[in-house]
Every structure is written in C-alpha cells, then in structure tokens.
Design a binder for this molecule. Structure first.
Ligand code: HSE
Length: 457
C-alpha cells in the first residue's frame, strides 16, 4: 500500500478551490534535475490548476533519484523521494511516470521498465527518442501503454500536439524552425555585432544556455534530432537524425552577418523539412533569412517553428525552447493529457514510428533548390570576375548580384567579394563553389550559405 499524504502544498494555498476534484491520479517522476524540479513545483505548488484542467489531482507519489542526499531547489513532501526505482515500478496505484533523465542510458532501460510495469510514459528526452523512438513506441503499443513527448522538441512550444492533432486536416508542405536556443543566442549576438563566434559561445555558456559540452548544439546535431521527430509527425518520415544533412555555425564570421544584413537578411540556423517533387528535403544549416519575416526576428535563446499546411496556410509558433519552467510546462501538460486519457487515444491512432505506417520518400539532398550567398576572399586584381562567372555559368548558375567590400580590404590586398545567385540546386552550388575555391586568386576561408525561400521563412 503506497503511503498517502495529508496534503500536497497547493492544498494549503488559501486561493485554491477546495471543491475541485477529489479523484486522484498517482504519478511519479524519475530524475530531479532542473526540469524535474520545475515539474515537481508545478504539481505541488499549482496542483489546483492542474487538477482543474485534468478533472483529478495529479498526486506526486514517488520521485526517484540517484542520490537522495543531494540538495535540490524544491521541497518534496516527506516520503516521496527515493533512490529505489522498484518502489515506483511496483506501486500499482501509479499510472504514469515522467522520465526526466537525460542521455541514452540508463534512460532507455528505465523507460522500458516503466512501460513494462504497466505505466504510461511522459518524457522530455529528445536524444532517447531520436535514437530509440521506434523500439520504445513499438514496445509501448505492444503493452497497451502510451508515450508523450511534447517537451522533447522546442521545450515550451506546443509543437508536437499541434502537428499530431490540431493541424491534421492538412497536408503539411513545409516545417522550418529555429530549434536550438544556444545557437540562436550565438547568431543573434553575432548579428548585433556584439562578438564573434568564440566569445558569443562563452557568453551563452555563462548565461546557462549552452551545455558544458555544446558540441551537439553547435554542429546542428541537436536541431537534427528535433527535426527528425517533427518530420515524422508532419510527413511520416522515417529518418534517423544522423542521416539528415547538417552543418553547424562554427564557421560563421561576423562579416557574413554584416554582408547578409546589407542584402536584407539575417543568418539563422534553420532546420528545414520541405515537400518537393522528388520527395522530402531535410536539412539543418545556417541560412540567410529575409529580414522582417517571422523567423528572422526570433532573437536570443528563443525557438520558433513555421508550419505551412495546404488548408491552414502558414502557422507560426514562438517561445522558449529550453529552461526549467518552459520545459516543465510541456511535461505537465503531457501528464494531464495522459491522466485524462487523451494521449492514449492519439498514440494508438497515430501509430508513430510503426513499421506498418506508410513512409515518405526522402529526396536526394543535392536536388534541393535555393538561392545562394557566396563570400569569397579574393586578391583585388583584374580579370577576377570572368573566371568566377565562367565556372558558375558552366553549372547553370545565374548571378543575381555581386558586391566587393572595399572597406574590408586586408593589408595584403585581399577583399571580400559577395555573390548572390538566383535559384539553383545544392549540387551545382556546391560544385561551382569548390571549383571557384581552386582559383589561385581565391583565398581561404570562403563561405557558402543557402537562402531560405520566402515560402519557408
Ligand atoms: N541545448 C538545447 C538548446 C536545448 O540550446 O536549445 C535542449 O535540446
């Protein structure tokens, strides 16, 4: 028999409405890091709110942690904290568990145990779903359980529910997003001329946006993991995140932001899934985004997603993609939906990551069409443009504009030359760029960036 507590803290709140539900759903949490503490706080301090929305109290019965002696920034009712996972697993009253442990193991093993013990799972662990989603979803279906994961993509922005439910009268045409707050903070700062990549990364770490090891943020892997999940929901794409072509922001230079602005753009790390005639194009890369369009205006650590549906047209979501309370907001919403039974219905209907669900063709990345920005560092001498345009012409690339930035000439007479192209394929743009870089008057390190087209931005 699980212990019961005289009250959880919200019930001592004089503003709470005592007439609200007596029925309880007993819930557990595994992991009491930043997000776990936020979830506990919402359940304990604002349980009247969640009870009103769930039609029952979400009663926090067990919190499982590795070290019960560690200092935490939330007061848990006596008897709730334990380092014994089995206490939670064997408690038949508990019907759902929020798994708030990061990384792959032991999160994967614990997730399976939670499902096998007959409990529904709520998780914020994007890496776990990106690596083991198909296996976990199959297991949950076999066991008649559900998995909810709103917090795994874009933290507080309710994009999973919107794609999985609210927009499903549509054929989704594109999903373009800023899905990583760390990199958006860095590029926003570089765009404002406040620092280069290295100093902006240090500042992001100082402010607690970037991880101690920010590699997966910086190189686009984190955004690719999130895009793989969104692409599955929006298009049925069965793609492993590591197979999504991706490029990070570490090669960006402050000058590129300045030149992009002069051309009417901002540089953003964009995760893009776009339906084309040859299938679904997927990529994560820094792109030029037209100033004044919603994605270009997303600043600092914020995330945003633009979805275009054939019936609804463009829809835009903006908010905090990480952080304690935004992520906890999504986790608790999932806990409410699971307790009410909504998650199970959606989960069973959608057959997510099921082998039996139809899958969409993934397009060859080289076929993606866009305009391109080239920034070349050239020796300022005669007969430079002719060989460059000859190469571009050979690849069928039409030049839209050329601008030499004389103010940025180096002592050795090297000047930046910025070329904007008309629309071409990724394959041709890359091949021409490679050849241009072999010309003897072209110096390292040149830059090539894709332009997000107006339907994507
Ligand atoms: N590190 C991520 C970000 C949040 O900066 O957005 C977790 O995916």
């Amino acid at each position: 028999m699980a212990p019961s507590f005289p009250f959880q803290s919200w019930q001592a709140n004089p503003l709470s409405d005592w007439s609200i539900p007596v029925e309880k759903s007993f819930v557990g949490i595994v992991g009491m890091g930043t997000v776990g503490a936020g979830v506990a706080r919402l359940l304990l301090d604002h349980g009247d709110r969640t009870a009103r929305h769930a039609g029952r109290t979400l009663w926090l019965q067990h919190v499982v942690v590795r070290d019960v002696h560690k200092k935490r920034d939330v007061d848990l009712p006596a008897g709730v904290l334990t380092d014994d996972l089995d206490r939670l697993l064997n408690d038949r009253q508990v019907s759902l568990v929020a798994l708030l442990v990061g990384g792959i193991e032991p999160a994967r093993t614990i997730a399976v145990k939670i499902l096998e013990s007959g409990k529904d799972l709520v998780t914020a662990n994007k890496a776990l779903l990106a690596e083991h989603g198909p296996e976990l979803f199959d297991r949950a279906r076999d066991l008649g359980r559900s998995i909810a994961f709103e917090a795994a993509v874009a933290g507080g922005i309710p994009i999973i529910t919107n794609l999985a439910q609210c927009l499903n009268a549509n054929k989704i045409l594109s999903v373009s997003g800023i899905l990583n707050g760390t990199t958006n903070y860095i590029v926003s700062r570089m765009d404002r001329g406040q620092g280069d990549f290295a100093s902006s990364l240090v500042q992001a770490q100082r402010l607690g946006f970037a991880e101690a090891d920010p590699t997966m943020d910086i190189d686009g892997s984190d955004a690719a993991q999130k895009l793989a999940i969104l692409a599955h929901l929006a298009f049925g794409a069965q793609v492993h995140w590591a197979d999504i072509p991706r490029r990070g922001i570490e090669q960006l230079q402050v000058d590129d932001f300045r030149y992009a602005q002069q051309l009417g753009y901002r540089i953003k790390l964009i995760a893009l899934a776009e339906l084309t005639r040859s299938g679904l194009q997927l990529s994560v890369s820094p792109m030029l985004v037209k100033l004044g369009t919603p994605l270009a205006e997303v600043q600092d650590n914020f995330n945003a997603i633009r979805v275009v549906g054939d019936a609804v047209g463009p829809v835009f979501f903006h908010g905090q993609g990480a952080g304690q309370m935004p992520t906890a907001s999504a986790v608790v919403a999932d806990m409410i939906d699971t307790a009410v039974g909504r998650t199970k219905i959606t989960f069973q209907t959608l057959k997510l990551w099921s082998d039996t669900a139809p899958s969409i063709e993934i397009a060859y990345p080289g076929d993606a069409r866009a305009r391109y920005y080239y920034r070349l560092n050239i020796t300022d001498q005669s007969n430079v443009l002719a060989p460059v345009s000859e190469i571009m012409g050979r690849y069928g690339i039409s030049i839209a504009s050329v601008f030499q930035h004389d103010d940025d000439r180096s002592d050795s007479n090297v000047v930046p030359l910025v070329i904007m192209t008309h629309e071409t394929t990724e394959q041709n743009a890359a091949a021409a760029f490679r050849e241009i870089n072999q010309l003897d008057f072209v110096h390292p390190a040149a830059q090539r960036l894709k332009v997000l087209n107006s339907t994507g931005g």
